[in-house]
Design a protein around this ligand. Structure first.
Ligand SMILES: [Zn+2]
Length: 152
């Protein structure tokens, strides 16, 4: 399995991932709150390493962002995430549109985060009568009772 290069947003979301991980130090610097820092420590204990992409790789990413038109919206951290993926032959984990787009321009696979979250949180509504789980509010097709949003 290719190594996953994590974007900062990964550390602010409660979405676990399996595999090998790396981040550029620019991502580490963006993790200022305690929860994100703790999550980083947890992943470091599991083998996550911090590495710097070379100026060469950064340049390739900047060139790709210029071609794709993302250069005005892409951040230095985004560039480092993609450059590291390029060097390590890895995949990028992100929800950022410009970051995804530029990575894909370079043939790097992108793993979106929220889509996984959306799948995990598919069942958000529960029938008040028979307790069946539903995707939408309304009237239960089983017992006819009201379907309400679950809070948990
Ligand atoms: Zn029901």
């Amino acid at each position: 399995m290719p190594i996953k290069i994590l974007d900062s947003s990964f550390f602010f979301l409660d979405i676990p991932l399996e595999g090998e991980f790396a981040i550029p130090s620019a991502v580490e610097r963006e993790l200022k709150d305690l929860i994100a820092k703790t999550k980083l420590e947890t992943y470091r204990a599991k083998g996550l390493f911090i590495s710097e992409p070379s100026a060469d790789s950064q340049k390739k990413v900047i060139n790709a962002a210029e071609k794709s038109g993302d250069i005005t919206v892409i951040s230095d951290t985004d560039v480092d995430v993609i450059a590291l993926a390029l060097e390590l032959n890895g995949e990028v984990v992100t929800d950022d549109y410009a970051l995804s787009n530029t990575a894909q321009t370079l043939g790097i696979k992108v793993i979106p985060l929220q889509q996984r979250a959306a799948k995990k949180r598919k069942w958000k509504y529960r029938c008040m009568g028979c307790k069946k789980l539903h995707e939408k509010p309304g009237i239960c097709d089983v017992c006819g009772a009201e379907i309400k949003r679950m809070f948990k």
